[in-house]
Ligand binder design. Structure first.
Ligand SMILES: *[C@@H]1O[C@H](CO)[C@@H](O)[C@H](O)[C@H]1NC(C)=O
Ligand SMILES: *[C@@H]1O[C@H](CO)[C@@H](O)[C@H](O)[C@H]1NC(C)=O
Ligand SMILES: *[C@@H]1O[C@H](CO)[C@@H](O)[C@H](O)[C@H]1NC(C)=O
Length: 373
């Protein structure tokens, strides 16, 4: 076990550098760690801090960059997507990264694992992710020239951590951007990633509606969109996701009918839909209205509009009441002559009504008695 600060001098023929799980390594990542021969770099579960050194631009053969569980700050550099053309897995979760996700990552032909979850990233999910070739076409290349090295990829899937051996997932395909501060809509282009197996976007501030095209992700096994601001209906095309075995849509603003059929027949945990008011259908207790496909439950298309309308309704009602009440009461309190006039008028009306009722009652009684006789 190596302890302490990593010295800034490295043998430049190294292909694999694995210092994961030392927990004691700290300091900034040495600039000289990288070379054109380095293929695998794992420094995960240590205490490295500071930014990614720009000398990493020279790691042009790097296939695995695993820095998860450290204290790395700064932003994800754009040159990562420009210089590291061989990159297959990028694991940066549990760090202190800020800024936006650079669209250049979409250029990386072989990238099939992106895990930047549990950082402080903001901005939108790049549309260019729809161009990630290895996720679109399953062109897995395997681990060139490193046959003896068993490459453990750790992935947080289905809420648990488990390990996948390098030989199997030469093509495990996943995107995990969860627990950041990402906003904007989920780019429709993600639907091009037909080999995607796991997509976790939970715990962000994503808004807008889900595209119908999400149904094209035929290999998707895990979809976690929980704890965002997504709205609209759950696209019925999602019943085409025949591999789906873990779904979480809880704590968003979806409304309408939960799709029925396909995997939705076995995904029956109600907590998938917790934190919604407008959803109906199996597995919830709320039944759907029969003819309501366009605007289920009579809600308008836009949740915000709906809330706004409700707010205006109550506001104008309250204003109307306050105004009406005080316009009369205020005037009566302020002006003596009006007060007299008002109560005289009220008295008069009362007398009139009393007389009317009494007369009619008598008439009715008489009629009724006559009828009886
Ligand atoms: C995706 O790739 C195509 C072809 O290279 C390019 O024209 C397009 O601009 C890219 N899309 C994005 C959003 O980067
Ligand atoms: C998605 O990510 C969140 C936060 O990182 C995590 O708590 C959750 O378990 C993940 N979901 C799945 C299905 O792995
Ligand atoms: C979905 O996510 C919510 C919020 O994180 C959690 O409480 C719930 O247990 C999850 N349900 C499933 C089925 O994973």
């Amino acid at each position: 076990m190596i302890e302490g600060v990593v010295p800034d001098c490295w043998n430049h023929y190294l292909a694999i550098l694995d210092l994961a799980y030392n927990n004691n390594l700290r300091g900034i990542i040495p600039a000289s760690i990288c070379s054109t021969s380095l293929v695998v770099l794992r420094l995960s579960n240590n205490e490295f801090f500071g930014e990614l050194p720009s000398s990493f631009k020279n790691c042009t053969s790097l296939q695995t960059l695993d820095l998860q569980h450290n204290k790395i700050s700064g932003s994800i550099p754009a040159w990562l997507g420009e210089n590291l053309q061989e990159l297959q897995t990028l694991e940066l979760r549990y760090n202190m990264l800020t800024g936006t996700i650079p669209p250049q990552l979409g250029n990386l032909t072989y990238l099939h694992v992106i895990d930047v979850s549990n950082n402080h990233l903001s901005g939108a999910i790049p549309h260019s992710f729809g161009n990630l070739t290895a996720m679109k076409t399953n062109i897995g290349r395997g681990w060139s020239g490193i046959d003896n090295y068993v490459n453990n990829i750790e992935i947080n899937m289905k809420g648990r951590e488990f390990q996948l051996e390098g030989r199997i997932p030469s093509i495990f395909i996943c995107i995990n951007l969860s627990n950041n501060m990402l906003s904007g809509e989920i780019p429709e282009e993600l639907a091009h990633l037909s080999f995607l197996q796991s997509l976790n976007l939970s715990r962000n501030q994503l808004s807008g509606q889900l595209s119908e095209k999400i149904g094209e992700l035929k290999w998707l096994e895990v979809l976690d969109l929980s704890v965002n601001n997504l709205s609209g209906v759950i696209p019925p095309t999602m019943t085409n996701l025949t591999s789906l075995n873990h779904l979480n849509l809880s704590h968003n603003n979806f409304y309408g009918e939960i799709p029925y059929g396909g995997q939705f027949q076995v995904l029956l945990d109600p907590s998938i839909y917790f934190g919604h008011r407008g959803l109906c259908g199996v597995p919830l207790n709320t039944k759907c209205e029969i003819e309501a496909p366009a605007q289920p439950l009579g809600l308008p298309n836009n949740e915000d509009d709906n809330n706004l309308e409700a707010i205006w309704f109550y506001l104008s009602m309250s204003l109307g009441f306050i105004f009406g009440f005080w316009a009369i009461s205020g005037a009566l309190i302020l002006k003596k002559s009006w007060r007299y006039a008002y109560f005289r008028f009220a008295d008069h009306i009362y007398d009139k009504i009393y007389v009317l009722v009494a007369v009619n009652l008598k008439k009715m009684k008489r009629k009724c008695c006559l009828a009886r006789e």
